[in-house]
Design a protein around this ligand. Structure first.
Ligand code: ADP
Ligand code: ZN
Length: 444
């Protein structure tokens, strides 16, 4: 056959982001169709799901409309631990091509699995995410998420490659080399945890490299909570645009949701990951606009489908359409998970509140640690904050003033007395992955 007979070169192609803009009624029809398939598929193949459905008297054929999802049982990390390692797999091992495991922030790791198709769809979501941040072929992305069992590295890697970006698979750590590569390769985007990027900012300064003068223009930051105040600090120090990417191992990894260029919440790729917000105590579904626990159903995953998985992350589904034109809904950026919440003298405190208020003080540094202890049966909250190097030469009274301002700002927000301790520059631990900023000594 004549090789020129079929020339596809100039034919229109479907942009990768097309599903983001699907009309809402089409999206909902697709979601319902996928949900019904998923429930049948999982009911037949996963014993725990079948047993839970039987306990609550629900059968796959009861799912007639999207809202019927609330008839289905919910699942938690404990279910993954109890069925460790392979108990929730829905396909034979011969169809599974990859394992990942959670970093185990909150205990023993959990294992997840992917078929070829699962990997393809995960890549699709990452591509849609990176495209929403304005990245395309020609961009050089330095992927500083950890490679290995953690989903961040390989997940981002595949999607970025498939989108046609040039990937620098540097993984986390080796900070000096990161700066060198960034400069020598002309990296235009970086993906890592926001706390690691803070560390990179400092390391660049120490190497006399001004990030603001490099081609670096976008940061894809996630895997841990961070605040708008932290975003402002990062953007000012590095002159990049910082995007919030969200995901969790149980659902696939990074790429469940992403901020678009409007930075008003994170779009969820809800044709694959159906979001709900539930009251964490009663498990009643909450209407869009109300804060509660984020729960996901993986509409298209085969190897290890998750139905109504309780993330423990607190968020709100934003009902208003986004001005970027995407129809897929958004969630408010996640400021905390339910198991992050500290109860100090009966008052609920989220570490993000402390981060936001301390960074609202001009001159305060974003390196901090939160220590909760108990003295004479009373909870005590201490926040250690590094003071800026420039202040070294300042009068004691200047430093004391800063300390007082930080203490006042935190106290105003959380309504609790706090001891602020100023730490020397560079003395608090730096993170290469997820930051651990809270030490709770009360139960030790
Ligand atoms: P682990 O649960 O062991 O930490 P994961 O790596 O799967 O393992 O972490 C997923 C969790 O990380 C999410 O449930 C959420 O709490 C947090 N997370 C991920 N991305 C973000 C983000 N952009 N903002 C806030 N928290 C995030
Ligand atoms: Zn948008």
């Amino acid at each position: 056959m004549n090789a020129n007979y079929w020339n596809d070169q100039n034919s229109p192609v479907m942009p990768i982001s097309a599903p983001d803009f699907m009309p809402l009624n089409h999206l909902q029809q697709l979601q319902l169709y996928r949900l019904q398939q998923l429930v049948k598929f999982t009911y037949e193949r996963v014993e725990l799901f079948r047993d839970r459905c039987k306990e609550s008297g629900v059968k796959p054929e009861h799912i007639k409309k999207l809202e019927d999802i609330s008839l289905l049982p919910t699942f938690t990390k404990t279910d993954l631990r109890n069925t460790y390692p392979f108990g929730l797999f829905a396909t034979p091992m011969s169809e599974i091509v990859r394992f990942h495991a959670s970093s185990g922030t909150t205990g023993k790791p959990i294992v997840v699995a992917y078929t070829q198709n699962d990997l393809r769809l995960w890549s699709e979501c990452i591509q849609r995410a990176l495209a929403a941040c304005g990245l395309s072929s020609g961009d050089i992305i330095q992927n500083a998420y950890g490679y290995g069992l953690f989903t961040g590295g390989l997940g981002l890697h595949q999607g970025a490659t498939d989108l046609g970006l040039t990937v620098v698979p540097v993984s986390g750590g080796n900070t000096e080399r990161q700066i060198m590569l960034m400069r020598d390769f002309g990296t235009t985007a970086i993906s890592c945890t926001p706390s690691y990027f803070l560390h990179l900012i400092e390391a660049a300064k120490a190497q006399n490299v001004d990030l603001r003068e490099l081609p670096l223009r976008a940061g894809i930051f996630g895997a841990e909570p961070w605040t708008d105040e932290m975003r402002r600090h990062i953007e000012m120090e590095s002159d990049i645009e910082a995007f919030d990417i969200y995901g969790l191992t149980e659902i696939c990894g990074p790429g469940v949701g992403i901020e678009c260029c409007k930075h008003e919440g994170l779009h969820i790729f809800e044709d694959h990951f159906y979001p709900e917000i539930l009251d964490p105590d009663t498990l009643e579904p909450l209407p869009d606009g109300e804060e509660g626990e984020l729960v996901f159903t993986t509409l298209t995953k085969q190897a290890m489908p998750m139905i109504r998985y309780r993330t423990r992350d607190l968020s709100v589904i934003l009902p208003e359409p986004c001005s970027c034109g995407r129809h897929i809904r958004r969630i408010q950026r996640i400021h905390a998970r339910t198991d992050d919440m500290l109860i100090i003298r009966g008052i609920n405190v989220f570490p993000s509140q402390i981060e936001a208020s301390l960074l609202s003080v001009s001159g305060a540094m974003p390196h901090y640690a939160i220590i909760v202890s108990r003295e004479n049966n009373l909870d005590k909250l201490e926040v250690q904050v590094e003071f800026p190097r420039e202040k070294f030469s300042d009068k004691i009274s200047e430093i004391e003033k800063l300390r007082g301002q930080i203490g006042d700002a935190i106290q105003r927000t959380i309504n609790l007395a706090v001891t602020v301790t100023l730490a020397e520059p560079n003395s608090l631990p730096r993170s290469e992955g997820k930051a651990r900023r809270v030490t709770d000594l009360r139960n030790k």
